[in-house]
Write a protein that binds this ligand. Structure first.
Ligand code: ZN
Length: 461
């Protein structure tokens, strides 16, 4: 299981660390074969842009249910609400498909400098971390800036609380210290691990996220601290001040809990067994309201179906929205979808996941055959009016990943221009960071792309 988990998290990281989309020849002239879809595309764009329905729905989700970690009552109540709302929208075959999910709880946590002048620090425990004993762990601090320095400093690390003080460069490069840092430090006898939060420096805002304990290594408690607190500790150590810290974390796992992927459809009018799947993950970390990661992706894809339904656009093939559960700390929703729909996967025409935020959309990442890419490039010209006509080098997502790999399904993701990593996994992931117009553009882009892929006579392949 840990290996599967490691792979999943590598996948999840890979899915969201794309460089800015490589936009190939934007604003190309629209090819002739798209003429039959021009009217529907204009209606979808017009209706999406004239409404703040998606933003209002996302605001309601966050305001009412709050954050939605796997195993929480918040998530399950939000799932029940989403099922009812999808039915109210007139979607078909609306259902919750059961998934067992890990149930990690944070509990109380604190970090302080102890000694003659005690000082509290800001922290946010890492997801899936073990806790400390009830009385906490008190130890001297050792700071390192790379895995190489950690290995070289093994004598200095034993019995200490180790801080990886590594400035954020990009997610893929920096997240390694969060995921493997605890086991790397634990293997050398460290008693706890701190990591400078993985994200651009914000306003003393820590980022949580999962760690991955390596098999056969001691499991030590681990937490993130904001850049400001990491810099403060660094200055003290540089000044020659011995720093002693006390870390207390109640974090623990409870037995696996019941959860579900939420599914809704517009059945195809000619080829209902061929399915285009779009969606996001409905769970979030247990801070903020998960509005960017990934309530926005859920609502934007869901909105695409609502718009089609409202405009009475029933494409040739079935369009299905899926709100996956447990992306953040287990990936069980994506695995359960693959297993439950295994027989049907060969009929999955395309899968699209939006999990990079719903800021101003620039287009879509795409992974598939050259012929399919050429089709998508043509099709994206329908989005030139909202400047969302880029086609990036690769597309995918952590939740669609298992199905895409199983059946070689063309995969897409929404590409956006926004400061996703400043916000994600923090208490600042709230609706006010999302511009209603950007969310409307995102919904519009997804609606047009999805509708035409589901409608065009030849299957995308
Ligand atoms: Zn996410």
């Amino acid at each position: 299981m840990p290996i599967v988990r490691t792979l999943l998290f590598a996948l999840a990281a890979a899915a969201i660390q794309f460089p800015p989309p490589a936009v190939d020849t934007p604003h190309r002239p629209a090819p002739e074969w798209l003429s039959p879809y021009r009217d529907a595309a204009a209606r979808l764009l017009g209706d999406a842009m004239a409404s703040d329905a998606a933003w209002q729905r996302l605001a309601y989700l966050g305001d009412t249910f709050g954050n939605r970690l796997s195993g929480s009552a918040n998530l399950e109540e939000a799932i029940r609400w989403a099922v009812e709302e999808m039915k109210r929208d007139g979607l078909e075959n609306v259902r919750a498909e059961p998934v067992k999910v890990p149930h990690w709880v944070r509990g109380r946590e604190s970090l302080e400098i102890v000694g003659a002048a005690p000082q509290p620090l800001v922290l946010l425990g890492l997801g899936n971390s073990v806790g400390t004993p009830a009385t906490g762990i008190e130890a001297d601090l050792a700071i390192v800036h790379s895995f190489e320095e950690l290995e070289a400093a093994r004598d200095r690390v034993k019995g200490r609380i180790v801080l990886f003080n590594v400035p954020f460069t990009n997610y893929g490069e920096t997240v390694r210290f969060r995921t493997s840092g605890p086991s790397r430090a634990g293997a050398l006898g460290a008693v706890a691990m701190l990591v400078r939060a993985v994200g651009p420096a914000g306003l003393r805002t820590p980022h949580t996220g999962t760690l991955t304990y390596a098999d056969g290594q001691p499991q030590i408690p681990a937490a993130a601290i904001p850049a400001e607190d990491a810099a403060r500790l660094q200055r003290m150590v540089d000044r020659g001040t011995p720093v002693r810290l006390k870390l207390m974390m109640e974090a623990k796992f409870l037995p696996d809990a019941d959860s579900a992927n939420v599914v809704g459809e517009i059945r195809g009018r000619e080829l209902p067994d061929e399915v285009v799947v779009i969606g996001g993950h409905f769970d979030s970390w247990d801070v903020g309201t998960g509005s960017t990661d990934d309530g926005g992706g859920c609502v934007a894809t869901w909105e695409a179906l609502r718009l089609m339904k409202k405009l009475n656009l029933r494409p040739r093939r079935t369009v299905r929205v899926v709100l996956w559960t447990n992306e953040e700390n287990g990936g069980r929703g994506g695995l359960a979808y693959r297993d439950r729909h295994l027989a049907e996967l060969p009929n999955h025409v395309m899968m699209l996941e939006s999990d990079g935020g719903v800021f101003r959309p620039t287009g879509f990442g795409f992974t598939g055959s050259d012929a399919a890419r050429a089709k998508i490039r043509d099709l994206s010209t329908l989005l030139a009016g909202i400047h969302a006509d880029g086609v990036g080098a690769s597309g995918g997502g952590a939740d669609i990943g298992p199905s895409v790999q199983q059946a070689g399904i063309p995969a897409m993701s929404l590409d956006v221009d926004g400061n996703y990593f400043l916000i994600h996994h923090t208490p600042a992931d709230t609706i006010d960071k999302i511009d209603p117009l950007d969310l409307a553009r995102s919904s519009a882009a997804i609606a047009v792309m999805t509708y035409v892929v589901a409608e065009m006579p030849q299957r995308l392949k």
